[in-house]
Ligand binder design. Structure first.
Ligand code: PXL
Length: 274
């Protein structure tokens, strides 16, 4: 069975990070091997949360995997609890990542605002991590942080040309694909895929509100689909379709829904039973 090592937090509530990667990758016929970066009562977007940083356990945890000579088809990273974790993950990628897809979701911020537990130094470290990745999935705020651009200026102008240019500037020998997610564009959301040889765009309808965990659902479905042999565009189409159906199944009156989306009934859409 193909294996995906997923480095992300475990949040008791919020339907995000490992609590979505585990069911999603399993439904896709893949083994999800978690490395928890932190354990939280709930994700940080609720009024309060209790978080236990897992950094001190990561090296001994990974050392056991090294002794067991396991191999992974992909490594997927998400929310990170500390700067030291990035060094540990860089070492993990050096050890396990030679023949695997390295997929980094540079979780740092959204709508121009850093997440509560992120600061500038951690963002610098996340940037170093993205340079080791074959594929990265920043949202527009994260793209601006990675490129040193002013988010408010980009939002004001919001020319796709500028966004394409920024995405392309992150392409390297290692990073072959940059997917900029969730660019609001009138009544649509654009996901922009930048490769060396061009750009592809996947548009979806803009639904009201914002929901915890949709970024993690997106990276899990896209990563799993690519491991299962789909093209990046097919993978993005599947992920956005799955997320839209899940959002439509999530009644909420809130502008921001910390409980996340009801994706469970829609897992059949992504099942790979081969
Ligand atoms: O989905 C992003 C995310 C993941 N994990 C934790 C978070 C957030 C966003 O707020 O707080 C703990």
């Amino acid at each position: 069975m193909k294996k995906v090592a997923v480095i992300n937090d475990l949040s008791g509530f919020g339907k995000c990070s490992l609590t979505v990667s585990l069911p999603i990758l399993s439904s896709m016929g893949l083994e999800c091997n978690p490395i928890p970066t932190a354990i939280l009562s709930n994700q940080t977007g609720y009024d309060s949360f209790h978080s236990v940083d897992f950094t001190e356990h990561l090296t001994p945890y990974i050392n056991v995997w090294k002794k067991q000579n396991v191999e992974f088809d992909a490594i997927l990273t998400g929310y990170l609890g500390s700067e030291k974790q990035v060094d540990i993950i860089l070492d993990f990628i050096d050890h396990f990542g030679k023949d695997s897809l390295v997929f980094v979701d540079p979780v740092m911020a959204d709508d121009g605002v850093l997440y509560d537990t992120y600061n500038e130094t951690l963002c610098e470290k996340v940037k170093i991590l993205t340079q080791k990745a074959n594929i990265i999935t920043p949202n527009l705020t994260e793209l601006c942080i990675l490129c040193g651009a002013d988010y408010n200026e980009i939002i004001r102008e919001k020319t796709n040309e500028k966004i394409c240019k920024m995405a392309k500037s992150l392409l390297t020998e290692t990073t072959k694909t940059v997917i900029v997610t969730g660019i609001k564009d009138g009544d649509k959301i654009t996901n922009l895929i930048a490769y060396e040889n061009g750009i592809e765009v996947v548009k979806t309808p803009l639904l009201n509100g914002s929901y915890s965990g949709t970024g993690d659902i997106f990276s899990s479905v896209v990563c799993g689909s690519i491991v299962n042999g789909k093209s990046v565009k097919e993978a993005v189409n599947l992920a956005t379709d799955f997320i839209i159906k899940s959002i439509l199944d999530t009644p909420t009156e809130l502008k921001y829904e910390p409980d996340g989306v009801n994706f469970q009934k829609h897992l059949r859409l992504i099942i790979n039973a081969e």
